[in-house]
Design a protein around this ligand. Structure first.
Ligand code: KG4
Ligand code: ZN
Length: 350
């Protein structure tokens, strides 16, 4: 049996000219990107599988793995092409090792390790949640620390304190549903199309947000949040009031979720003496959340980083960037690194 010795890989000096190829396949987006020096995005290609999953009302893991396998070679070639470089210019290859769907993750991890081995450059395993933090720094490289980062996605709702570009700590999180999960479940119940977040965002524009007062849970309890109660309240309300208009329900639900997130973000920012408040994850594309977080930050005299919608949702530029920061800390992953579907933020790499 041939063993692969990580010592064959020579770590290059990591600086502003270090080019990292990033690969992201944790869920339903196949993405590849080329980033130089941690923040200079030379290309970022995202192929969405949305159409393939929409008719099932959610992501189907087997479909996701197969679609990644089919799309990744082309997506990677396109990323190199758009960056106007060839493989010889790549100094390291980074890929998401978790959290995510195991089969989907393995496609990207295997491709990244093979590419790194063939090129004789380091492979860097990246925590997807950590990468979302770096998306904010990518959009705003002059971020002032400490920063309070609100990560709101389909699978996670985390309040993270970042004291510098390399140090972070989770200080609050959901005790049940993630914010995006609540949006998706409520939308599904209301008969709105998948994914639910954008559909509720749109319906809410036509609705009256003060029509129904939905519960705002745990407002006075620390920095954790809970969204399963508001979801149940929506279901109970609609069952008891069949005449309620979908737009009013959507607007009132969205208002309740946003109120909770803004309230907790302000409390967390105050607790850590944040100079900057940043958002990330798919729910950070929500128009009301963006508006309300921006005005809260302004009222509290702190800077706000609202990454572009492309940077909030899953992409590989944030993976390449997080990979660069890991390399800069001398963290290279071994080629026997596997995928970890339950990887936590702050748990480090295996
Ligand atoms: O970060 P993301 O692209 O994937 C992961 O979960 O990692 O987030 C997807 C989530 C879904 O729950 C989707 O409904 C939600 O983000 N989302 C939104 C909006 N756009 C996407 N939620 C509320 N308003 C939006 N405009
Ligand atoms: Zn994500």
């Amino acid at each position: 049996m041939t063993t692969i010795s990580p010592s064959v890989v020579v770590t290059p000096p990591v600086d502003a000219s270090t080019v990292v190829l990033g690969i992201e396949t944790s869920c339903d987006e196949t993405a590849a990107a080329v980033v130089m020096g941690g923040s200079d995005v030379l290309s970022s290609v995202v192929a969405s599988q949305l159409d393939e999953h929409a008719r099932f009302g959610g992501v189907v893991p087997e479909i996701a793995s197969r679609a990644h396998l089919e799309a990744l070679p082309q997506v990677t070639a396109q990323a190199l092409n758009r960056a106007n470089i060839d493989y010889s210019r790549i100094d390291a290859v980074a890929a998401t090792v978790g959290p995510g769907l195991i089969g989907a993750l393995l496609v990207g991890v295997a491709a990244a390790k093979t590419t790194a081995l063939a090129l004789g450059v380091p492979f860097v395993g990246v925590n997807h949640l950590e990468a979302h933090l770096y998306a904010a720094l990518l959009d705003e490289p002059n971020t002032e620390f400490p920063m309070l980062f609100v990560l709101v996605s389909g699978g996670h709702t985390l309040f993270v304190e970042m004291t510098d570009a390399h140090s972070y700590r989770v200080i609050g999180q959901t005790i049940d549903d993630a914010a995006g999960e609540a949006f998706d479940k409520v939308a599904r119940f209301l008969g709105l199309p998948y994914p639910g977040g954008p559909a509720i965002d749109k319906a809410a524009l036509r609705g009256d947000e003060s029509a129904i007062t939905f519960p705002r849970a745990m407002m006075n309890d620390g920095l954790d949040v809970s969204f399963s109660g508001v979801k149940t309240a929506v279901i109970n309300h609609v069952r008891a009031n069949p005449g309620a208009t979908t737009d009013d329900v959507a607007a009132s639900f969205q208002r309740a979720v946003v109120d909770v997130l803004v309230h907790k973000a302000r409390r967390a920012a105050k607790q850590v003496g944040a100079k900057t408040l940043a958002l990330g994850g798919g729910v950070a594309a929500n128009s009301l959340l963006r508006r309300e977080m921006a005005s809260a930050a302004q009222a509290d005299g702190i800077a706000i980083v609202l990454p572009s919608r492309e940077m909030c949702t899953d992409n590989a530029a944030m993976i390449a960037s997080a990979g660069w920061y890991r390399l800069a800390r001398g963290e290279v992953s071994s080629l026997d690194t596997g995928a970890n579907p339950n990887l936590k933020l702050g748990a480090g790499q295996r």
